[in-house]
Design a protein around this ligand. Structure first.
Ligand SMILES: O=C(O)C(=O)C[C@]1(C(=O)O)C=C[C@@H](O)C=C1
Length: 381
């Protein structure tokens, strides 16, 4: 027998013991996983992992393989966490995530803002037939509450603007109320400074608008810093308020349509920073709706607060050839430095690769929810 064969025999015997011990360790780790799910504890315990490494390094006869031993223990604990994630995933009813509902017809629609709002425009553009007696709401949250209570079936809200980015309150409310995205619509946004008929710019002392109206028009306001900027419910509510006040010192940032509807004049035209200023609106409903024509998926999830977790997860989008459209992060309420990740990507939940990727995200996340699978809007729709 050669020396090599002797060595290999020795290794075989050691591996046999290692595998038996590894299997035993994984069973215990699985039991810990069940305990953690039952007691709502996080899988990753940094302090415990440090102690495991420290105490085991003291068992070494010399420092020669200290680095490798550390790596070995880390790898074992990574595998142990994988098993615990499977335990956690199995505890959630995975199939429930994909429960699809039929669209509601005829539906009661609601939108954010006063009549003349951009949301009303988005609603009229999205629904093929103009909805009958739509209801309007003056805060994002009151619209979410109305959907939750069944007062309306669908609500139209802004979620992202091309110059100011995500409208984070809407993302937070999607998580808070557990509602679903059933569709989306782009609307080109032109903001105007409007006031009472016959008013001139030098009479203006204060301007009302939704915070988005101000944020999208910061360049214009650089030259009018003496004007008080007063945040109000929506751009269209601001227009109505200016009209109702009858006060020539008040102006509003709103659309041309809002000016016409509320009988106001345009004092300064197209004051938004970006000429191509566009907002993406979402149609929110109570349940998940999807059909084979849907080609965009939105999810929200949170990860264990551990180095490399996000990378390990996003890597799978490349592996499954899924085109990521957008990623947005928001702090978790009440949890310091913990984040929820909102992800949009191309595909349909019935596609094999999307299904696999979602299964993986679900398994790797502490919290996971499929927000919607819907038809991606085109900007010139
Ligand atoms: O002790 C725990 O809490 C475990 O879940 C076990 C274990 C391990 O494999 O040793 C796994 C994950 C934790 O991050 C810490 C340690």
């Amino acid at each position: 027998m050669t020396d090599l064969e002797d060595y290999r025999k020795e290794l075989d015997a050691i591996d046999q013991e290692l595998v038996a011990l590894f299997e035993k360790r994984m069973h215990i780790s699985q039991a810990i996983g069940n305990y953690k799910v039952a007691h709502d504890l996080p899988i990753f315990d940094e302090g415990r992992e440090q102690r495991v490494a420290e105490q085991n390094l003291t068992h070494l006869k010399s420092d020669e393989f200290a680095v490798q031993t550390h790596h070995f223990l880390d790898t074992i604990m990574d595998l142990s966490k994988e098993v615990q994630k499977d335990v956690r995933a199995a505890s959630n009813d995975y199939e429930q995530i994909f429960a699809i509902h039929e669209p509601k017809q005829p539906a009661q629609i609601g939108y954010f803002g006063e009549t003349g709002s951009f949301c009303e425009e988005a609603m009229l553009a999205y629904f093929k037939e103009a909805p009958r007696d739509p209801k309007n709401y003056h805060t994002f949250e009151s619209l979410f509450l109305a959907i939750q209570n069944g007062e309306i079936d669908y609500g139209v809200l802004p979620v992202e603007n091309s110059s100011t980015g995500a409208i984070s309150q809407v993302l937070d409310l999607l998580y808070k109320y557990g509602l679903s995205i059933v569709g989306e619509q782009y609307i080109k946004i032109e903001q105007h400074l409007i006031g009472l008929e016959g008013t001139s710019l030098d009479q203006i002392e204060e301007v009302y608008s939704h915070p988005q109206g101000f944020q999208q028009s910061t360049d214009y306001f650089k030259y009018h810093e003496q004007w008080r900027q007063i945040p109000f419910h929506s751009t269209s509510d601001s227009a109505k308020m200016v009209k109702d006040s009858g006060d020539a010192h008040k102006g509003a940032i709103a659309s041309r349509r809002a000016a016409q509807i509320h009988g106001l004049s345009i004092l300064a035209e197209s004051i938004q920073n970006q000429s191509e200023n566009t907002t993406r609106f979402i149609i929110v409903g109570k349940d998940l709706e999807s059909n084979p024509r849907c080609n965009k998926v939105s999810v929200v999830f949170s990860l264990d607060n551990q180095a490399g977790t996000l990378f390990k997860l996003l890597r799978h989008f490349a592996r499954y050839h899924i085109n990521l459209i957008k990623i947005e992060s928001r702090p978790v309420e009440g949890e310091k430095w913990e984040y929820l990740l909102y992800l949009d990507f191309e595909g349909n939940i019935a596609d094999e690769n999307v299904h696999e990727a979602l299964r993986f995200i679900h398994r790797s996340s502490v919290y996971f929810r499929l927000l919607g699978c819907y038809i991606a809007a085109t900007e010139n729709k």
